[in-house]
Design a protein around this ligand. Structure first.
Ligand SMILES: [Zn+2]
Length: 376
């Protein structure tokens, strides 16, 4: 009898231990957190990402870390700490990211410079470099030339950032004999538009009522322009600051484009889509408003930008800073271009306010009474 009792007690003991083990396993399993983090990630310098972008599957866990934009302005390694709550326990995650620069700098330059024999000119005068890193990048000149020898020199501008990304652009320096230079006199054409505005084309640049106009009718000379004008950039930064107060992110995507840059872009589109299609969305070289230094594109340069908060805000507010939505919806036949929610042109606050027209944009073509069509 005593023996039997002892055996039963022993069995109960074993069962109890087993139950405790099972319960412990269950608790442990329930507490196990399975989160995927993007670790050892290469992130482009000055890109906009937040700490929460580093969590791949954040749907099941409570993230205790506040969303914070990561400072990506300095190259190198960076540790990001993220706190996650699961079943009333806090988990601390350290994520290591690597901020890198893989973007090639861009050089804005004139691709054809001329001078006369013995007259030295500053070959870097019209050159500017932009890069996504904030560093100052020096431009060097590659190739041999002499201001004391008549000739046409093929040279290169070379810009290299500290990460080793190199941009190399060919340009031509022509040193001519001063006796051979023909002093071509100013070529002036005066006209009146169908709406009675006076226009003048001087050295190939057209002004109507004092406003520089570039469209499919009025072109610019090949060598015109060397960057966005300071009035344009200053007004842009004012507008950008105002948009930031509305929590909007507006940034320049394409500013000044030289004749040669536009030549390359346009001909790429022609090769891809054919001339007729390319003409509806890309300007022929010499006919791009980007060459004027008064126009630029912001954010995504495609229709995905159309319905964004940024596009809506810009369309309703850009005139306050002197900008117009240059190619509005429904005006394709007048401007000669498809609707571009991202392309803005500086004309000054007075004219911009008139063209804004309480939200029903008037085009420059309608306002001045001019056409926008290629001769052939
Ligand atoms: Zn544009």
């Amino acid at each position: 009898m005593k023996r039997r009792k002892k055996r039963i007690r022993k069995s109960i003991c074993i069962i109890l231990i087993l139950v405790i083990i099972i319960v412990l396993i269950l608790i442990f399993k329930k507490d196990k957190i399975n989160i995927e983090l993007i670790d050892n990630l290469n992130i482009e310098v000055n890109s906009t990402i937040t700490n929460l972008d580093l969590i791949k599957n954040n749907n099941n866990y409570k993230i205790l870390s506040k969303e914070e934009v990561i400072d990506t302005s300095k190259l190198g390694n960076k540790d990001i700490n993220i706190l996650i709550e699961h079943n009333n326990k806090e988990y601390n995650y350290n994520i290591n990211i690597n901020i890198v620069d893989t973007t090639i700098p861009t050089i804005e330059y004139k691709d054809y410079l001329t001078t006369t024999l013995g007259n030295e000119i500053d070959l870097l005068e019209n050159v500017s470099v932009t890069d996504n890193s904030n560093e100052d990048i020096d431009v060097s000149i590659e190739g041999d030339y002499s201001f004391d020898k008549v000739g046409i020199y093929k040279l290169y501008y070379v810009a290299k950032d500290s990460s080793g990304n190199v941009c190399k652009k060919e340009f031509t320096l022509e040193v001519e004999d001063s006796n051979m230079v023909d002093n071509n006199t100013d070529d002036i054409i005066e006209f009146t538009t169908s709406k009675g505005f006076s226009g003048i084309t001087k050295n190939g640049v057209t002004y109507i009522d004092g406003v520089l106009v570039v469209n499919k009718t009025y072109s610019l000379p090949d060598d015109y322009g060397n960057g966005l004008t300071s009035t344009t950039t200053n007004a842009f930064y004012k507008m950008q600051a105002a948009s930031k107060l509305e929590n909007l992110n507006i940034y320049l995507s394409s500013g000044f484009r030289s004749y040669s840059t536009q030549d390359r872009i346009y001909n790429n589109y022609v090769a891809r889509d054919g001339k007729e299609a390319a003409d509806t969305y890309s300007a022929r070289p010499g006919y791009s408003e980007h060459q004027s230094g008064l126009a630029f594109d912001v954010n995504q340069i495609n229709s995905t930008f159309d319905d964004s908060e940024e596009a809506i805000w810009l369309s309703n507010n850009c005139y306050k800073y002197g900008f117009i939505l240059r190619y509005p919806k429904g005006k394709e036949d007048i401007t000669g271009y498809k609707y571009e929610s991202w392309h803005f042109r500086y004309v000054g606050v007075d004219l911009a306010t008139k063209l804004y027209n309480n939200g029903d944009w008037i085009t420059l073509e309608e306002y001045f009474g001019i056409t926008s069509s290629y001769e052939e």
